[in-house]
Ligand binder design. Structure first.
Ligand SMILES: [Zn+2]
Length: 478
């Protein structure tokens, strides 16, 4: 019996919001501090304390909801999700149960041939993070600094049909969140965490198969690998005539496999109920409108605008849009020197290469748009060759000097006076009688060889176009 299976994936992303203080108290919301130094009676869950909602958290939640095309729920209500765990001193987590701040959104992911696929966002709700346990040989340590860190949990419908689509969804989501500047989105630091639900079913089947939930992935690559592993495991189990058990599984990045953590039978009943310490309230429509108007231009909108306004191809525009600072830098350069395609080439090529070689970022490099625009203009005007221009860029990044200054100080300007170039060309012609003969007999492609020889002699400081013209003139007009 051969069976063709379809993969069904849904994702839950926990996003730590980058507010100055925690969600219900005035403690600093920071990563990497001395354990238990950022706590107070509220986030330690001491009796008699009262939580107060951080307005910024709500604003960020609404902002993300709007950017994901969600309906915003103006009725803000918090609930207690009851369970006991050592990292949760109150024995309940404050979350949103029946009234998530946002619901019914859409994220578009790129497919083949430039098409987009819709991934539906079921809901996004606000909640507090728990503390962090560290297991050591002689016991377990608990750090409550993370307790009360604001989280936004973003849950999709089971709309993804391959691990690659899940990966693409995460990329688009992360980019959108970065544009909104509401989170570090750093999976390694845990500011973006992802759980995945995956099942398979025969292709013609409409009912969902039994799913497993995978946790503990610390990169998008790991999410994809864990899903790929699970799809194979599910297929093998079903083809061998056994049944998939609904369970939570942990991804082991070293072994590159998932391991069973707990089955559904042990799952908790959280006994949600409204938190009596946080009275529900309604966000005014004006406030939501104000937040909507504060949204930045989002990645897809910017991509379309770059293609139209600057006449860029999809690839160039895409690379620029992947980094908001690069996109802005590009526009500032174009404002100074309106050659969009050339600037995109320099940004997407030599500059991104330098950034990656230096393991740096554009912000850290302290490059100003005027410097890069100035350099590109000098290359286009033929003051230096493209090749030398790349060296000038390196020096520019090291020293912060302008292209003009670097070219002058290092004597890099191309030899462009006709007389000295003609003298060099004549030498080359004398040294290469065979090539000259071939050009005379109509083999124009040999011209490139002589141009190369001349460039070598000038140590790359000549303008190749100009040399080509001189060589032609000297040979053909002779
Ligand atoms: Zn606190």
């Amino acid at each position: 019996m051969s069976m063709d299976f379809e993969t069904v994936i849904g994702l839950e992303v926990h996003l730590q919001l980058k507010t100055a203080t925690k969600i219900f108290c005035a403690c600093a919301n920071q990563f990497g501090e001395q354990p238990n130094s950022l706590t107070c009676p509220v986030c330690l869950g001491l009796p008699g304390t009262l939580p107060v909602l951080n307005k910024k958290v709500l604003e960020y939640g609404i902002k993300v909801g709007l950017a994901l095309g969600c309906e915003i729920n103006p009725y803000i209500k918090f609930d207690r999700k009851n369970y006991y765990y050592p990292d949760l001193p109150k024995a309940y987590q404050i979350s949103q149960y029946d009234f998530p701040v946002a619901k019914n959104g859409l994220v578009m992911i790129p497919m083949e041939k430039g098409e987009l696929k819709k991934i539906r966002v079921n809901r996004a709700h606000l909640e507090e993070d728990a503390g962090k346990l560290t297991h050591e040989a002689d016991g377990t340590l608990v750090d409550y600094n993370r307790t009360g860190t604001p989280l936004l949990e973003i849950v999709t419908e089971a709309d993804m049909r391959s691990p690659q689509e899940a990966y693409d969804y995460l990329q688009v989501l992360k980019l959108t969140l970065q544009y909104l500047n509401v989170s570090d989105c750093d999976m390694e630091k845990g500011s973006l965490r992802c759980d995945a639900n995956v099942s398979i079913r025969p292709r013609e089947e409409t009912k969902l198969g039994t799913k497993s939930e995978i946790k503990n992935m610390n990169s998008f690559k790991a999410v994809k690998a864990a899903l790929e592993y699970e799809v194979i495991r599910h297929t093998q189990v079903i083809l061998s005539g056994e049944k998939i058990v609904q369970e939570t599984r942990l991804w082991d990045d070293n072994k590159q496999m998932t391991l069973s953590m707990r089955s559904k039978e042990e799952a908790h009943d959280y006994r949600y109920f409204p938190d009596p310490d946080l009275v529900p309230f309604v966000v005014k429509a004006d406030k939501i409108k104000e937040i909507r108007q504060s949204l930045p231009e989002l990645p897809y909108a910017k991509l379309e605008r770059f293609k139209n306004q600057y006449n860029l191809n999809g690839y160039d525009a895409f690379i620029l849009v992947l980094d908001q600072t690069i996109a802005q830098f590009f526009e500032e350069c174009v404002a100074l020197y309106p050659e969009a395609k050339k600037i995109a080439n320099w940004l997407n090529g030599p500059l991104l290469r330098e950034i990656s070689d230096r393991k740096s970022s554009l912000a850290e490099l302290k490059l100003v748009p005027a410097s890069l625009a100035g350099l590109i203009k000098m290359v286009e005007d033929g003051v230096v060759s493209n090749l030398v221009g790349k060296d000038v860029l390196k020096i520019m990044l090291d020293t912060g000097k302008s292209a003009e200054q670097i070219i002058q100080e290092n004597g890099l300007a191309q030899v462009s006076d006709q007389e000295s170039l003609t003298r060099i060309v004549d030498e080359i012609i004398k040294e290469n009688p065979k090539a000259v003969g071939e050009i005379k007999s109509g083999k124009e492609n040999v011209l490139g060889f002589l141009v190369g020889q001349t460039m070598k002699k000038t140590q790359g400081k000549a303008n190749p176009k100009m040399i080509g013209e001189i060589i032609k003139r000297r040979i053909l007009d002779a």
